[in-house]
Design a protein around this ligand. Structure first.
Ligand SMILES: [Zn+2]
Length: 144
């Protein structure tokens, strides 16, 4: 047996809209009440599903232990000190170094120099792209 849910009730209401009489009005009122109820039920189910997803066990690929999905990121960060090895594109090298220090990650001088150099290379590439774009548009960058 099929069950009426929010969307099916809405469809039912649409089908009734072509009638205009006392009976249809009565049925409409009941359907409207059911729609409100069904909407609340579906919202609750969505939340429960989302919640169940967060509490689902996932295996940490580093230590092989099972943790809840909502906790695994924190676990990896706290237990394995996992921070990304490269600066993200949105932040520059100095910000990345600051973040490493704040997170207690120890970097050697060579590692710090490499991060800064990579940033320079990255910025040079960006500048080249920008220059090319501006040249195409007929604009000139002063000093080049
Ligand atoms: Zn682990």
């Amino acid at each position: 047996m099929e069950q009426l849910n929010y969307h099916k009730l809405i469809n039912l209401k649409k089908r009734l809209e072509k009638y205009d009489c006392e009976y249809s009005k009565k049925i409409m009122t009941t359907i409207d009440e059911c729609i409100i109820e069904a909407k609340a039920v579906s919202k609750k189910q969505d939340e429960e599903r989302r919640c169940a997803y967060q509490f689902e066990d996932v295996t940490c690929e580093i230590c092989g232990k099972d943790y809840q999905r909502g906790y695994i990121y924190k676990h990896k960060r706290d237990k394995h000190g996992k921070v990304s090895d490269k600066p993200k594109k949105e932040i520059n090298a100095l910000e990345f170094l600051k973040k490493c220090i704040e997170e207690g990650k120890e970097l050697t001088v060579d590692e710090k120099v490499k991060i800064l150099q990579d940033d320079i290379v990255e910025n040079k590439k960006k500048l080249a792209v920008l220059e090319e774009k501006m040249t195409k548009e007929g604009k000139k960058i002063t000093g080049t």
